[in-house]
Write a protein that binds this ligand. Structure first.
Ligand code: SF4
Ligand code: SF4
Length: 447
């Protein structure tokens, strides 16, 4: 086991962290797919409102690559298809039958797997709707199935607060995980399995599987950060990664012959009354997760997918294909009486703008930015936290000047989109969003 030490990064000391307790939720009445939350995919519908669907029936495909299909996470009827501006498909809602029907997929044993050609296996994963679980660095798009990647990285854990831990999602499913690992071994000769250095469960129970432990602040265990520290040649930049929990889905597809819809999620944040892990299903409604478990007096911000990497969602929305975290924190839009004169003992901040640096207990975070966007003051805070040694203030200025080649020379493609530079920036510059959008534009230009 190789231990990787990351010097940079940052851990926020935030309240509302979940326990490792796992509650199994009852079945929801509806589930949904959110095509707009799947990066780089242009959806083409294969269903219309009122069509019957089984669990695992095709719902939409990618226009650029029709082999890339997305399957129904429920059996029942297409109840609604919601569009956003410019006819972007936002939600495909499925009303569930009490007894759901399942599409049948081939069941394979370990012996079948041993003798199977890679090409056949890839086709089965694609037909089974699980190919999008793989993402390719550095753009984090869904990889080309015909390419053999230099390595596949399995991330068991995330130092981003409010993400599921292996102890909750893996506890009694180690055998299933081992089968999933055998599947991955057919896809690339190099398989890297990483976890956080403080994850005793994974190191104990998956001893012999874990290849790297990541020691350091958030986002030390991001696959992009791991790759940045271990890569020996530029070819390795196109490695793939998959989350530990998703390895279980691959195994379930082949063991049961059914499209697996299980998801272990985290509910956390200072406005969640019950902060814990929840076992439920893909595309579950957010209000099904929070029902009876949150103190929502109307001022809660619903953040799906993590406090740094996630996005704001309406409470009437659903969990996306990739997301496994729901955080409820205050909007922070109430006016504070003489707020400017308060010492801010309870306001998380990396700079010493508030006296919170004297406070070692966890603090309640809200969404108040405490100011508007201003010009960069060259404080260098962003460079101090960047885990892949980009100097974000300079990269940002090259992008503003439309010098994209120079931004690439600065290491733009190494950016793991962790959002720390944005979080620490006293000028409130949305650095991560600018970098992510620039990477996306560059990717689409390459296409
Ligand atoms: S430049 Fe990218 S990797 Fe560096 S801190 Fe900002 S978002 Fe994170
Ligand atoms: S943290 Fe913000 S203000 Fe400071 S150098 Fe970076 S971009 Fe400029």
């Amino acid at each position: 086991m190789i231990e990787i030490h990351t010097r940079k990064g940052y851990d926020i000391n935030i309240s509302g962290m979940p326990s490792h307790e796992l509650e199994i939720l009852e079945k929801p009445a509806r589930v949904a797919l959110l095509p707009e939350r799947i990066p780089f995919v242009k959806p083409r519908l294969k269903v219309k409102v009122d069509d019957p669907v089984k669990v695992g029936s095709p719902v939409f495909e990618d226009k650029r690559n029709p082999q890339l299909i997305f399957l129904s996470p429920g059996g029942g009827r297409i109840a609604d298809i919601k569009y956003g501006p410019r006819r972007v498909i936002k939600e495909i809602v499925i009303e569930l039958d009490p007894d759901e029907d399942y599409e049948a997929f081939p069941v394979i044993s370990e012996a079948d797997l041993d003798g199977m050609e890679r090409k056949k296996l890839v086709k089965m994963i694609m037909t089974g709707g699980l190919w999008p679980l793989f993402r390719e660095l550095p753009f984090r798009d869904v990889p080309n199935p015909d390419v053999v990647p230099p390595s596949v990285i399995v991330s068991l854990n995330s130092k981003e607060p409010f993400q599921p831990v292996p102890e909750a999602y893996l506890n009694d499913r180690i055998d299933l995980f081992e089968f999933g690992i055998k599947i991955l071994q057919k896809l690339s000769e190099t398989l890297l399995i990483s976890t956080s250095s403080n994850d005793g469960f994974a190191q104990d129970r998956l001893n012999g599987f874990v290849t790297h432990t990541c020691n350091g602040f958030y986002p030390a265990d991001d696959p992009g950060v791991l790759l940045y520290h271990i890569k020996k040649s530029p070819d390795e930049n196109r490695s793939w990664y998959i989350n530990g929990q998703d390895v279980l889905l691959l195994a379930m597809l082949f063991k049961t012959g059914k499209y697996p819809v299980d998801r272990t999620l985290v509910l956390g944040g200072s406005l969640a009354r019950e902060r814990k892990h929840l076992q439920t299903r893909m595309g579950v409604p957010l209000n099904h997760i929070t029902k009876g478990r949150a103190d929502d007096t109307g001022n809660a911000r619903y953040i799906v997918g993590g406090i740094f990497k996630g996005y704001t969602a309406s409470k009437d929305s659903y969990m996306g294909f990739y997301e496994s975290s729901l955080v409820l924190i205050p909007q922070g839009d109430e006016k504070e009486f003489f707020g400017f004169a308060r010492p801010g003992f309870n306001k998380p901040s990396r700079s010493r703008a508030f006296l919170s640096f004297l406070n070692t207990s966890s603090m309640a975070m809200d969404c108040n930015c405490h100011g508007e966007v201003r010009a960069c003051i060259n404080c260098g805070f962003c460079g101090e936290v960047c885990p892949v040694d980009i100097l974000p203030q300079f990269t940002y200025k090259t992008i503003l000047a439309d010098e994209i080649e120079e931004a690439l020379d600065h290491g733009l493609l190494d950016c793991v989109e962790c959002c720390l530079c944005t979080y620490v920036c006293p000028s409130k510059i949305e650095l991560k969003t600018i970098f992510k959008e620039t990477k996306k534009a560059y990717f689409l230009e390459q296409l």
